[in-house]
Design a protein around this ligand. Structure first.
Ligand code: ARG
Length: 562
């Protein structure tokens, strides 16, 4: 229901179209001021009247409408209070008829959004930073799909670079197939860390590493087979985590995919006179040196991360003709993406304006910062396992007879972890604290899941009788606050897409859960008169639906019992 439009039409002002009034109508912060308000200051100034007098004048001219309970003039504002019963029954009915479709839209029909996210590095740990990234990217993929966009989820694998020469040297010196087969990336990471320590003492290792990387480039069989093995080991582990996180990709075109796609881009840069020689290297310089130059070819002829990203951008535009291309990557890479986007702009690509760096912050555990240097790093899989085992303990205490306890512990533990990644604005750094994210009474995944299970069990235990429906049952302040929270859900999904901010959905779902629990504690459902109970059960059903839709968008399971 477009209440702003309806309300704008009730306002009669000489020489003012309702289309000028509509955008001024907002939702007051304090619900006691009504559902909507119209500030009269702008019109009052134009009409040389006092805002208070104008508000009163407007109110005196508003006729009777069945959707409007009252309109009041308060200090230069017109406050509108809607007919609560009507709003409540409409929202509930809409949610129940649209079901999973409530909150979806077609705004993106015919448009493609590329979302580059997770983008893990071969032979490197899947650490907490990637968890944040993967959770945000996965949620954005689902949010955009629900808004009607075609989404291409891209895992721009870090599968190229001189570090693979180093890893081969390390593996040949200190690694073993047995160890890597059993400990996976942890084994690879250990020897990689060891390499860096030893290379400080013995720089000749770096020459060996360079030689091995050259062999990879030249297609040497042994080098390729080792490289392939590292990739396989990494992907096996990473896929295991993706499965638990409910995340999938449409493309795994990683850095190595662009090996043969960089030259044409470099040629184009050369033709356009953008490539400059600088001590043997090739760079693009920016006007007034507003940013450091973007290094694209090193003096030894090697290409870089940035070179591959340029080629990838051009490839994505040609292949998917995207409407937008998002990069969900930590803010440490701000400069990198500013450079890439600016180089594309200088190349005269109008679509450079459609590239967005969706930057996010850092995650640390309570006991200190995480870094992948020096080997101190926290693996996502370990964090998930810990969260699941802690969730299992809490569930065992709360509900000892629960069936499928392991499965539900997995859903709650993993759900709590993802929820924690998505609840804060993405740009903020965060400290991950198991007790906090698993708190069943906090602004957490388990709290929302628990509320969902409560809705499910209510609907199982109380059945509606007859078709009598007393709207009064859902027009009390607690029910109405819940209705308003449900009503806001579609807009929060739309905004989350517009701002690349899944936290807007996560927060809305928490608001709904909180409003539901207030309603539930204040108002009896089971023993209410049948018509009132029917109305309240419908509201419970609508709440269950919207929480489920919201959790699904975030990539979190909604167990019916817990
Ligand atoms: N693999 C990179 C890293 O872990 C992230 C890649 C992001 N995507 C991109 N197209 N540059 O830092």
């Amino acid at each position: 229901m477009d209440y702003k439009k309806l309300l704008a039409d009730t306002v009669i002002l000489q020489d003012v179209e309702s289309s000028e009034i509509e955008p001024l109508i907002t939702v007051p912060k304090d619900p006691a001021m009504g559902d909507y308000c119209l500030p009269c200051f702008k019109f009052a100034k134009e009409m040389k009247k006092s805002p208070m007098a104008l508000a009163q004048e407007i109110v005196s001219r508003i006729g009777a409408y069945n959707f409007l309970e009252k309109a009041e003039a308060v200090g230069g504002y017109v406050n509108f209070t809607l007919n609560k019963k009507m709003v409540a029954s409409r929202v509930v009915e809409q949610v129940l008829t649209e079901g999973i479709g409530y909150g979806r839209s077609e705004e993106g029909a015919g448009k493609t959004v590329c979302i580059d996210f997770s983008s893990v590095n071969i032979a490197k740990p899947f650490h907490m930073g990637h968890l944040l990234n993967t959770s945000i990217g996965g949620a954005l993929c689902r949010i955009y799909r629900s808004l009607g966009y075609k989404v291409v989820g891209i895992n721009h694998l870090g599968d190229w670079g001189t570090q693979f020469g180093k890893l081969i040297v390390a593996y040949k010196k200190w690694g073993s197939r047995e160890d890597v087969d059993s400990r996976g990336v942890k084994a690879l990471f250990d020897i990689y860390v060891r390499y860096h320590k030893e290379a400080e003492e013995d720089p000749s290792l770096d020459d060996e590493a360079r030689a091995w990387f050259k062999k990879i480039e030249d297609g040497n069989e042994e080098a390729l087979s080792l490289f392939g093995y590292f990739k396989e080991v990494t992907m096996k582990e990473v896929e295991r985590v993706y499965k638990r996180l409910n995340v999938t990709f449409d493309s795994y075109a990683g850095e190595s995919f662009y090996n043969d796609k960089m030259q044409p881009v470099l040629d184009e840069l050369e033709e356009k006179g953008l490539l400059e020689l600088s001590e043997g290297a090739k760079v693009v310089r920016f006007e007034g040196d507003k940013m450091p130059p973007c290094l694209l070819v090193r003096s030894d002829g090697a290409t870089l991360y940035a070179t591959r990203d340029l080629a990838a951008a051009v490839y994505r535009k040609n292949t998917y003709d995207f409407y937008k291309c998002l990069y969900v990557v930590a803010y440490q890479q701000n400069l990198h993406f500013q450079q890439i986007f600016e180089v594309l702009r200088l190349m005269g690509k109008p679509w450079a304006a459609d590239m967005v760096h969706v930057a996010h912050g850092m995650v640390s555990l309570q006991d200190g910062a995480l870094s992948s240097r020096g080997g101190r790093v926290v693996f996502v899989e370990d964090v998930l396992n810990t969260a699941v085992s802690k969730a299992g303990k809490i569930i065992a205490e709360k509900n000892p007879d629960l069936k499928d306890r392991d499965k539900i512990a997995e859903q709650v533990g993993v759900g709590a972890t993802i929820f924690a990644m998505l609840f804060n604005s993405r740009i903020k750094d965060m400290v991950f604290d198991y007790d906090k994210v698993l708190n069943f009474d906090g602004e957490t995944g388990p709290y929302v899941q628990y509320t969902y299970a409560r809705c499910c069990s209510l609907l199982e235990k109380c059945v509606s009788e007859g078709d009598d429906f007393d709207d009064e049952g859902i027009a009390n302040p607690e029910a109405y606050a819940l209705v308003k929270a449900l009503e806001k859900y579609p807009e929060s999904v739309r905004l989350a897409g517009e701002k690349y901010e899944p936290s807007i959905v996560a927060r809305q779902v928490v608001d709904i859960a909180q409003a539901f629990n207030k309603f539930y504690f204040e108002h009896n459902i089971k023993d209410a008169a049948p018509a009132v109970r029917n109305a309240r059960l419908a509201l419970v059903g609508a709440t269950r639906q919207v929480i489920e839709s919201g959790l699904t968008l975030l990539g979190i399971s909604a167990p019916q019992r817990m």
